[in-house]
Unconditional design. Structure first.
Lengths: 481, 404
């Protein structure tokens, strides 16, 4: 009897161990890969293997976190921290070169601000002649959106730029990541860098429901937007502040707040069907703030019918200060509701409701890398050409389309890490353009390809052969002029 | 005139014609060259000097020519006028070489009188009839961005050509105020000489100058000129915010329309092609005077070309530093059209485009919305923001005439 019991206990503990492994370590890809997995049992679970608990303690009025060993969740070739436009572009392009890729995302979906931030405008894509200068992975994503009903509007109509549907985009990215065979961890927040004895980055530390774990990697791409990993690793950076808003979608609109042209006397005047007008006769506006109470906004159209998206600029705030961010997000939500109630007074918007407020606030810029090369607005305006160009940024206002050098992605000193997305190396005025979604695709794809090449060629990321990098990017469909 | 003197005279006329064309056609590195062609005109020089109440350096050439015309009757017409040469050639191939107009009075003289008198009250009434300005303006065709303005630029010369084709030499001998100015000078000279010599009826070309008759005409047309100048200034000139945007260096609006010769030099000089002839929006007195209309380009900060080429002083010459500070107008934001203010797009094109950091996107905590704010102290109305504004049709940020 005792023997049988022992065996049953043994079996049980093996099954329970398997469950724990499945629960904590099974990446998204293996879940759908038809692997044999133990059937989860509903109800109380048997105790797992003993885990050493090391809670923080108060010692002399200070909170001390004890030194402890971290579980290694995973080992990989390229580790991409952040699943926004830059992160997904980096991971997908690296994976195509046959290296092992792991992507880690803080929220439960991919796309970052382009989906969860409801920054639905894909801008800037075009040069001064309305030729599209941002292609590659981003173009592939948009091609997939093209095939979906209500996926994307205003495609290939430069200088008018496309608007995407956030949910369609989340689906497209999930599909592409699952297809690629990379490892993905969602709801998993990169909190620290792992350095080796020589000071080079060897991975990153993450917090998730599974606790604090480590992922080891040959090369890390910091696409966190805030440069969390390079900052933790001690790389040089400039901290900046910018406006932080909260975008939203408003639905059940009878009216599309499109601009209509009406004949008023001899002059063609424009008016917003539902809009407020400062001066109905198109007369002289006043100096300073607008005269009318600008309120009751209903935004601009999205691919989904009767649903508009609304941009919010927001005040200048510190995107790295949790207290400030929390208060701001609460105030933004309150303001959006107040706006909805005002908007409902307008004809055609009486039955409107907020479809969603963005799950993540529109943090524009926080940290700018101190890179091998810091790209400046003057260089962009004067159309400076770079030998290590990895792509173009589109035309924006008076600034023409401009080349982006690889040096912007490489930290001045830190090895085995590349930055991608809004936290790359640039002066503040230009970073305000580099942060935009299509340009994040460009820096993301370049960082991903460079990281993969450095693994294949067994060199540091900063020593990647530039012509090989550029050729590979071209092979992947990127535009390099 | 004898055939012996005819050949050198013809050669000189052709040289003048070629020189004027070269100076007007912007092939020379000398950017202010076009203004010297129009400055040759004594008619324009005298009118501008009267209107400006000062003899500027620009008027020196024209006054010099006036002096030559005092010495030799119609010297300019006979030796230098490019318009005259052109019209004479045209008249030769014309339909009618008759002179049914031979009894037509010397309109040019009275036109000149009218203009000088008008200039005394601020509006030189018929200054735009200057043949050199008309000649110069025809070169502006290539400088104007639209069909309407472009064809208007050549309209003056086209009318003169049609006139010469149908009626031969009527312009030069009867209508031209430049010729009339020279006639006036010659008459004045002969009157003066007659009084000194005591002979009442001798004049340079045999026609008698009756001092009483002359004085009466002068009084009549002078009075009419003053009246018309006064009227034009009161009624024909747009005021306040209704006045159009003028190119940098423009004198005050009520004098600008009168001082401007409509020579088209500024229109032609503008690399951004934003200077267009006014089609009467600014009142009849301002017809065809240059105004700024921002299109695909704005008044760029490293250019002062238009201020270098004005022959009359309607646009004062400005160096780059002063031109940057010259106030063309002010940018004002119409919140009802602004994509940012309406929460439609995260647009900051105006802020990014401003060369003077005059536009600032401002967060309004009370209204919970952001919009562009223009610093009146920094804005000179260059139009960079208006050009950059992505709103179709009427832009959300536009440059308006300053009213203070």
């Amino acid at each position: 009897m005792s023997k049988e019991l022992t065996r049953r206990e043994l079996m049980r503990s093996i099954a329970a161990g398997g469950l724990v492994v499945a629960g904590t370590m099974t990446p998204l890809s293996s879940l759908l890969a038809n692997q044999a997995e133990p059937v989860a049992v509903r109800g109380p679970q048997p105790p797992g293997p003993p885990v050493a608990r090391t809670p923080a303690t108060i010692a002399g009025g200070k909170v001390i976190q004890p030194r402890r060993e971290l579980a290694i969740l995973h080992k990989t070739g390229v580790l991409v921290v952040g699943g926004g436009p830059a992160g997904t572009a980096a991971a997908l392009s690296a994976r195509r070169l046959g290296v092992e890729v792991t992507i880690v995302e803080r929220y439960g979906y991919l796309g970052g601000l382009a989906t969860g931030g409801l920054v639905l405008a894909i801008f800037p894509l075009y040069d001064r002649n309305n030729k599209q200068v941002i292609l590659g992975i981003g173009e592939e994503m948009m091609n997939r959106l093209d095939k979906l009903k209500f996926g994307i509007i205003e495609r290939n109509k430069g200088p008018v730029y496309p608007t995407v549907d956030a949910e369609a985009f989340k689906y497209v990215l999930a599909d592409m990541v699952l297809e690629s065979g990379m490892t993905a961890y969602l709801d998993c927040w990169g909190v620290d860098a792992i350095l080796d004895g020589a000071g080079a980055v060897r991975g990153a530390v993450f917090e998730s429901k599974s606790g604090r774990q480590a992922i080891l990697a040959d090369v890390v791409v910091d696409a966190s937007g805030d440069g969390d990993i390079y900052a933790a690793a001690g790389a040089a950076f400039v901290k900046v502040k910018d406006s932080i808003g909260l975008d939203s979608r408003i639905g059940n609109l009878d009216i599309e707040d499109m601009v209509v042209e009406t004949e008023l006397g001899n002059q063609r005047k424009r008016e917003f069907k539902s809009g407020v007008r400062d001066n109905i006769h198109g007369g002289r506006p006043t100096r300073g703030a607008p005269v009318t109470t600008l309120d009751g906004f209903v935004g601009s159209p999205t691919p989904a019918p009767h649903v508009n998206w609304m941009n919010m600029k927001g005040p200048v705030a510190d995107g790295l200060d949790v207290a400030e961010l929390s208060m701001l997000e609460l105030k933004h939500r309150r303001a959006l509701w107040a706006n909805l109630e005002r908007a409902r007074r307008k004809p055609g918007a009486e039955q409107a409701f907020i479809v969603e407020t963005a799950p993540q606030m529109g943090v524009r810029l926080t940290r700018l890398l101190g890179g091998v090369k810091t790209l400046t607005m003057n260089e962009a305006r004067s159309e400076t050409k770079f030998k290590d160009s990895i792509g173009y940024g589109g035309m924006f206002g008076v600034a023409p389309e401009f080349q982006i050098p690889f040096g912007c992605l490489v930290p001045a000193k830190l090895d085995n890490l590349l930055a991608a997305g809004r936290c790359v190396s640039a002066d503040f005025p230009l970073a305000d353009t580099l942060r935009l979604i299509p340009i994040c695709w460009v820096t993301g794809q370049a960082a991903g390809v460079a990281a993969a090449l450095s693994i294949k060629d067994k060199c540091k990321p900063r020593e990647v052969n530039i012509s090989k990098l550029q050729n590979t990017l071209r092979q992947q469909g990127a535009y390099l002029g | 005139m004898t055939s012996g003197r005819g050949l050198p005279r013809l050669a000189m006329r052709w040289i003048s014609f070629a020189a004027a064309s070269v100076l007007l056609w912007p092939v020379l590195p000398w950017k202010s060259s076009p203004k010297f062609v129009v400055q040759l005109s004594p008619f324009a020089a005298i009118s501008s000097s009267i209107a400006l109440h000062s003899v500027g350096t620009g008027a020196a050439i024209g006054l010099g020519i006036a002096f030559l015309a005092l010495m030799r009757r119609r010297w300019f017409c006979r030796y230098a006028c490019p318009t005259g040469l052109l019209l004479e050639g045209v008249a030769k191939i014309g339909f009618r070489k008759n002179s049914c107009w031979s009894r037509c009075p010397q309109v040019g003289r009275y036109a000149a009188l009218l203009t000088f008198a008008g200039a005394a009250v601020g509006y030189p009434v018929l200054l735009w009839m200057d043949p050199l300005a008309i000649f110069s303006n025809s070169f502006a065709i290539r400088g104007v961005a639209t069909m309407i303005s472009g064809s208007l630029a050549g309209l003056g010369l086209a009318i003169l050509i049609v006139l010469s084709l149908t009626l031969g030499g009527i312009w030069c001998s009867r209508l031209c105020p430049l010729g009339g100015t020279q006639e006036l000078l010659a008459s004045a000279k002969s009157l003066f000489e007659n009084r000194r010599s005591g002979r009442p009826d001798a004049s340079a070309c045999g026609r008698s100058v009756n001092p009483v008759f002359f004085a009466r005409r002068a009084f009549l047309f002078g009075g009419a000129g003053i009246g018309m100048g006064w009227l034009a200034e009161r009624i024909g000139v747009a005021r306040g915010e209704k006045a159009p945007l003028r190119p940098p260096g423009a004198v005050e609006e009520k004098r600008f329309a009168g001082l401007c010769l409509r020579c088209g030099n500024c229109i032609r000089a503008c690399p951004s092609r934003i200077i267009r002839p006014d089609l009467g929006q600014a009142g009849v007195a301002g017809l065809l005077a240059p105004r700024i209309q921002y299109g695909i380009k704005y008044c760029v900060e490293n250019c002062s070309a238009c201020t270098q080429v004005c022959p009359s002083g309607a646009l004062q010459k400005l160096d780059l530093e002063r031109k940057r500070r010259f106030i063309i107008g002010e940018a004002l934001v119409d919140g009802s059209l602004c994509l940012l203010a309406l929460s439609r797009k995260d647009c900051d094109a105006c802020e990014r485009s401003c060369p003077f950091d005059a536009v600032q996107i401002t967060w309004d905590e009370e209204r919970y919305v952001a919009y562009p704010m223009v610093s009146t102290a920094k804005c000179n109305g260059c139009g960079a923001c208006e050009v950059a504004c992505p709103v179709e049709g009427i832009k959300a940020i536009r440059v308006w005439r300053r009213t203070d």
